[in-house]
Design a protein around this ligand. Structure first.
Ligand code: MG
Ligand code: MG
Length: 258
């Protein structure tokens, strides 16, 4: 059973997702060689609480922090730590916040200083695969159409799609049905209708698709040690064109000023 939201509920989800968008931009202001991932986590938690919201990840199944910070070969669910970012790293920052009872969830992968061209291209394709997924998230399609759009774009660049982790419905809970895989066949899976709100979040590897779970119980890494990228939007399915409830514009403003 998929929970379709009213326009009013989608408005509330937009507010929580916009707060997450702004939180990621605030984090972006502080990303540079020499800062720790734990410092970024503190920035995010303070920003969220200053805006009358609550970090959605903190305490979720026991996760200890506000952000998931996943560096280089870490795919997702990295725990903020005393790791010091260095020139040439990439860092996926995944953030969730609950505002007025509705959850926002978004992720962006940042370059730290100057990164290699092959990694820059991975980021470009991962973000483009998210945009292709959004284009397929229209009423009357199926989840498999979204999944296939993401997969096709990522693989057209020579990259591989992580299988073990998927996108999801979102609402008052961070994870609602349906699952939104980043791989799949067109015309398969649940039908999507106006009012369904889903997080599309490609996790795309430079090398092979295989991953490993680290002993901290959270961090997922690529099995071959090559970099992985991750971008995430929340989108409300609509007729003709999805409403993206997230924006990377605030992040772009910060990055363009650096
Ligand atoms: Mg997320
Ligand atoms: Mg998510």
């Amino acid at each position: 059973m998929l929970y379709l939201k009213t326009d009013e509920e989608i408005g509330l989800l937009k507010e929580s997702n916009m707060l997450v968008s702004k939180t990621l931009a605030e984090v972006a202001r502080h990303i540079r060689p020499g800062v720790t991932t734990l410092y970024l986590d503190e920035i995010a938690e303070t920003f969220i609480r200053d805006h009358s919201a609550v970090p959605a990840f903190k305490g979720y199944s026991g996760f200890p922090n506000t952000l998931c910070t996943s560096v280089n070969d870490e795919v997702v669910h990295g725990i903020p730590s005393n790791y010091v970012l260095k020139d040439g790293d990439i860092i996926s920052v995944d953030c969730g916040a609950t505002l007025n009872g509705w959850v926002g969830d978004s992720a962006f992968t940042f370059a730290v200083g100057e990164i290699k061209e092959e990694i820059r291209r991975l980021l470009v394709f991962t973000r483009a695969s998210l945009e292709e997924g959004v284009k397929a998230a229209i009423a009357g399609n199926r989840i498999g159409d979204v999944s296939n759009a993401v997969q096709s774009k990522a693989e057209s660049g020579g990259y591989s799609v992580v299988r073990e982790l998927v996108g999801h419905g979102i609402g008052k809970k961070m994870h609602e049905p349906p699952e939104v895989p980043n791989f799949g066949k067109k015309g398969t899976g649940p039908k999507i209708e106006k009012g369904l709100v889903i997080c599309i979040e490609p996790m795309i590897n430079l090398g092979s698709k295989e991953t490993l779970q680290m002993s901290d119980g959270w961090t997922i890494k690529t099995a071959d040690g090559k970099p992985s990228a991750h971008f995430e939007y929340a989108v409300a399915v609509n007729k003709g064109k999805a409403d993206v409830l997230t924006t990377f514009e605030f992040i772009e403003e910060v990055l363009n000023k650096l």
